[in-house]
Structure formats: structure tokens, C-alpha cells
Design a protein around this ligand. Structure first.
Ligand code: NDP
Length: 494
């Protein structure tokens, strides 16, 4: 076996080890073997990165750049991501098990997120206000919010980082990115592009380490003004508590248990493809996975037949192979948890329509086959819990009200799909769904131009679109007395 690849993290412009030299292993989920190692940052390393970011924002050249100049650096970063996309994609695939054809496509598109935000850098404007006082000019100035802590999970690290780093840099901030302990390699390789993009040392650091101490130290740091977190709700609770001590502004992109509502009048092929893309794309390891199919009684049999027929032909295998359609899960822990929840769901009355087991031909790695469970009640574990795997729960409905009730019967609220050929019905149902994103007759589309974020347990704040950039600024209100007369004595009544 080849010697594991050794990565270092980026702090204050230098590629470094952790202060105490500690390292963590990264396991290739397709083989179950260690393929790389990376530093386990201590609280001291985090402190160095945050202080460097603070210096860069207050005293460094970054603080003196015009917004247009800043935008050029962000654009260059996007260009570099596009140029190096193939290499980064391969690394992300080995590190996380996500298919090479998915990582390639996604990372090429990541460049667009930097380009979009680069264009916004010099369009962040203040205002002059029609003030209700005589002889007064009042204006608002938008300033960078401060040091940003960006925390990302293991799936789609470059993409989820771009959603935070692009707008944060465009708005003039400095950022410390914490990669996940599972699959940080593509982000550590990305870190090497920062200098090439002309971004001064300290403006972006990329650190790796465990949630505790590394993530904890970062979100608790008194110099961090803004936390942008993507991950699970349990971790988010810690993050919010830690950030609250310093009153840091927090946005949370959390998980989902997203419904796909399929009406009997929908186009069968389109709906089946939407369902398959929603739950078997990325092996279901997507925050927007359409993990609950809520299907009209009359359509259920024909739609399930179509979905199962296609799911049976999904080619499961090496994620680096261009012909593979589904790769492994990212971690052993996930595989164990999914197996447990599926078993409990079946024991509680779920009817296994497909799968529920590891594919027989894959004798190593964390593989799990496409699984479909018809559920007589919404109270079964696979219907309620986010599984982050290729497991589709199916619930039937009889009318529109029941469809909406079932779709909204979750604490999450990230995404939802509606499939119908009745335009008015699609819009009616869209208005009633408690969800940050609704796709009608399509699924899993994203764009830098469109805000993205959830309701309820799926978090708060929006990434993407113009509002995301503004969310990395704060407003200063400036009052200017235009009068040639002195201010009135405050204690003399007039
Ligand atoms: P986790 O919540 O376990 O981890 C997310 C990140 O938080 C990781 O970098 C993790 O580090 C870090 N972390 C862990 N503990 C702490 C702490 N105490 N303080 C600060 N940071 C900490 O999520 P997963 O990695 O399991 O990712 C899957 C989750 O992410 C799912 O719920 C999924 O739905 C959600 N997600 C949401 C998306 C969205 O845009 N809404 C997109 C993609 C995923 P470490 O890895 O070292 O533990």
C-alpha cells in the first residue's frame, strides 16, 4: 500500500503543522483504508489563525484595497478553482467517496460562485436617507462585519466553503475556514490557491481538526464576529451557544428531511427522475436529499415501479470510475446508523420495497444499496430522522390537504419538490410548504444567484444571492450637521 499523503493546514499565509504536531487520518471510504493524514489543530492554532485574520482586516493591505480590487482577487480565485477543478475533484472523490463525475461538475460550478460574488464586491452600497430633521445629512455606510468563522461538513467541502468565502471576501472580511475531520483534503489543496489569487496572508486560513477542540475554539473566539455554519442540528446547538458568549452573528445551514410531493397528474418520467436524483444522487448524502416521497394514492404503484426499476440498475462501484452511478457512504459510522434505522423501520411496520442491505459485490468500503421503504405511518424512524444516505421513505396521500400536512410534518424545512402538471395546484401547494427552497417539476437545482437556506431545524440565514453578501456587512449610520449655527444648549428649554 502507498504511503499516506501528508497535508498541512494554512495559517497566516504559511502551510503548517499543528502546534503539538498531532495528526489525524483520512480514510478512503471506497476501500476503508487510510490514504492521507492532516493536522489536528489545537486551540492555540485556532487563536493564531483568528488573530492573523483580525490583523489582516485592521492593519493589513486587505483593509486598504478598494472594493473593485477585492473583487478582482475573488474573481481570480474562481478562475484558479476552475483551472484546478479536475485535480481537486479527484482528491475530493478519494477522500469522501462522492462520485468523480459529481465532484468534477460541482467544483467547476464552484468557480461561478466566486465569479458571482466578485461582481458584487463593488456593488455593496450605502444610502443617503430623507431624514426628518432640518439641516441634517444622514447616510449609511456598509462595513465588513469582522472576522468570519466558516465551518463546513465533509460533503461538498469546496462548494459549501464557496457559499461562505465568496460573499465574505467580497464584503471585505477575513475568514478562518474549518474543514471537517472527515475528508478535508480538497479544502487543504484549495488553500494553496489563496496566495496565487493574490489574497494577502492571514485573510484566509484553512484549518483542520476535531470539532472539539478546533471547532469549539473557533466559534468561541472573542475576535470572531460572524459564524457561518453548515452541519447537523446537534452541532449547531453548540455553535450557537459558543458564539452567544461573544454576540457573534450566526447563520446555520443544517440538515433536512425534504419531501417530494408527487400528484397523480404529474409526468411519470419526469417525476421518477426527480425522485431518483433527489435520493440516490450523491448516495443520498446531500442536505437537500428528497428522502420522503409523498405520493398520491393513484400514482403510487406506477411511480414506485418506475423508481425501483431504475434503482435496480444503478451501477454501484468505485467512485473514480466514470461509469459508476452510486459510490460509498463517507464514514463507517454513517453506514452503521443507516442499517440500524432501516432495521427499526422495517420492524415497526415499514414495507421494504427495495434494498435494505449492502451490495453483495462490494466486499470492502462503506457501500449501501438504494433502498425504498413504504411506510404506513409518518412516525417511523426512517420518515422522521435525517439519514444522509440512499434511503427513500414513501407515504401515500389522498388529497391536497393531506399532502401538505404530511410534507410539513417534520421539524426540518430545507427543501421540497412538487411534481404536478396543474400549474395553479403547484403554486398553491408551494405557498403552503414550510421550506426554504421549493422546486416545482425539478429537483436539486442550485445557483449562486439564488438564496439558499432553511426553516425550523434546518437553520436560519441565507447563502447565495445578493442578500448573502449583505449578511457579511454591518451598517454604520452617519449623522452630519449642516447648520452654520452651534447646536442648541440641551438644558435650555425653547
Ligand atoms: P456535523 O454537524 O457533525 O459537523 C459539521 C462541522 O462542524 C464539521 O466541520 C465538524 O467538525 C464541526 N464541529 C463538530 N463539533 C463542533 C463544535 N463543538 N463546534 C464547532 N464545530 C464543530 O455534520 P456532519 O459532518 O455530520 O455533516 C452532515 C450534516 O450537515 C447533515 O445534517 C447535513 O444535512 C448537513 N448539511 C447541510 C447542508 C446545508 O447547506 N444546509 C449542506 C451539507 C450538509 P468535525 O468533522 O471535525 O467533527
Amino acid at each position: 500500500m502507498a504511503e499516506p499523503k501528508s497535508y498541512r493546514m494554512l495559517i497566516d499565509g504559511a502551510l503548517v503543522e499543528a502546534a503539538d504536531g498531532a495528526r489525524l487520518d483520512s480514510i478512503n471510504p471506497a476501500t476503508g483504508e487510510v490514504w492521507a493524514t492532516f493536522p489536528a489543530a489545537t486551540a492555540g492554532d485556532v487563536d493564531r489563525a483568528v488573530r492573523a485574520a483580525h490583523r489582516a482586516m485592521t492593519a493589513g493591505p486587505w483593509a486598504r484595497l478598494t472594493a473593485t480590487q477585492r473583487g478582482k482577487h475573488v474573481r481570480r480565485l474562481g478562475d484558479l478553482v476552475a483551472e484546478h477543478a479536475d485535480r481537486k475533484a479527484e482528491v475530493e472523490t478519494i477522500d469522501t467517496g462522492k462520485l468523480l463525475r459529481e465532484t468534477r461538475g460541482q467544483i467547476k460550478y464552484v468557480a461561478e460562485f466566486y465569479h458571482y460574488n466578485a461582481g458584487l464586491a463593488d456593488k455593496i452600497e450605502g444610502a443617503t436617507l430623507p431624514i426628518d430633521k432640518p439641516d441634517m445629512l444622514v447616510m449609511t455606510v456598509r462595513e465588513p462585519i469582522g472576522v468570519v468563522a466558516a465551518i463546513v461538513p465533509w460533503n461538498s467541502q469546496l462548494f459549501l466553503t464557496a457559499l461562505k468565502l465568496g460573499p465574505a471576501l467580497a464584503a471585505g472580511n477575513a475568514v478562518v475556514v474549518k474543514a471537517s475531520e472527515h475528508g478535508p483534503a480538497s479544502l487543504l489543496e484549495f488553500a494553496q490557491l489563496i496566495e496565487q489569487a493574490g489574497i494577502p496572508p492571514g485573510v484566509v486560513s484553512v484549518i483542520t481538526g476535531l470539532g472539539d477542540p478546533c471547532g469549539k475554539a473557533l466559534t468561541s473566539h472573542p475576535l470572531v464576529a460572524r459564524v457561518a455554519f453548515t452541519g447537523g442540528p446537534e452541532t449547531a446547538r453548540h455553535v450557537v451557544r459558543n458564539a452567544a458568549d461573544n454576540f457573534a452573528h450566526v447563520t446555520l445551514e443544517l440538515g433536512g428531511k425534504s419531501p417530494i410531493v408527487a400528484f397523480a397528474d404529474a409526468d411519470l418520467d419526469n417525476t421518477a427522475n426527480g425522485v431518483i436524483a433527489g435520493i440516490f444522487g450523491a448516495s443520498g448524502q446531500s442536505c437537500v436529499a428528497g428522502s420522503r416521497l409523498i405520493v398520491e394514492d393513484r400514482l403510487c404503484e406506477s411511480l414506485l415501479k418506475r423508481v425501483v426499476e431504475r434503482a435496480k440498475t444503478i451501477k454501484i462501484g468505485d467512485p473514480l470510475d466514470a461509469a459508476t452511478e452510486m459510490g460509498p457512504l463517507c464514514t463507517r459510522g454513517q453506514l452503521d446508523r443507516i442499517q440500524e434505522v432501516v432495521a427499526k423501520t422495517v420492524a415497526a411496520g415499514g414495507r421494504l420495497v427495495l434494498g435494505g442491505e449492502r451490495p453483495a459485490h462490494m466486499n470492502r468500503g462503506w457501500y449501501y444499496g438504494p433502498t425504498v421503504i413504504e411506510c404506513p405511518s409518518a412516525e417511523l424512524p426512517a420518515v422522521e430522522q435525517e439519514l444522509f444516505g440512499p434511503v427513500l421513505s414513501v407515504l401515500r396521500f389522498k388529497d391536497e390537504d393531506e399532502a401538505v400536512r404530511l410534507a410539513n410534518d417534520t421539524n426540518y424545512g430545507l427543501a421540497a419538490g412538487i411534481f404536478t402538471n396543474d400549474g395553479a395546484k403547484g403554486l398553491r401547494v408551494m405557498k403552503r410548504l414550510r421550506s426554504g427552497v421549493v422546486w416545482i417539476n425539478t429537483y436539486r437545482a442550485v445557483s449562486p444567484i439564488v438564496p439558499f437556506g432553511g426553516y425550523g431545524r434546518s437553520g436560519y440565514g441565507r447563502e447565495g444571492g445578493v442578500e448573502a453578501v449583505l449578511d457579511y456587512t454591518r451598517t454604520k449610520s452617519v449623522w452630519i450637521n449642516l447648520s452654520s449655527q452651534p447646536m442648541a444648549d440641551p438644558f435650555v428649554l425653547r
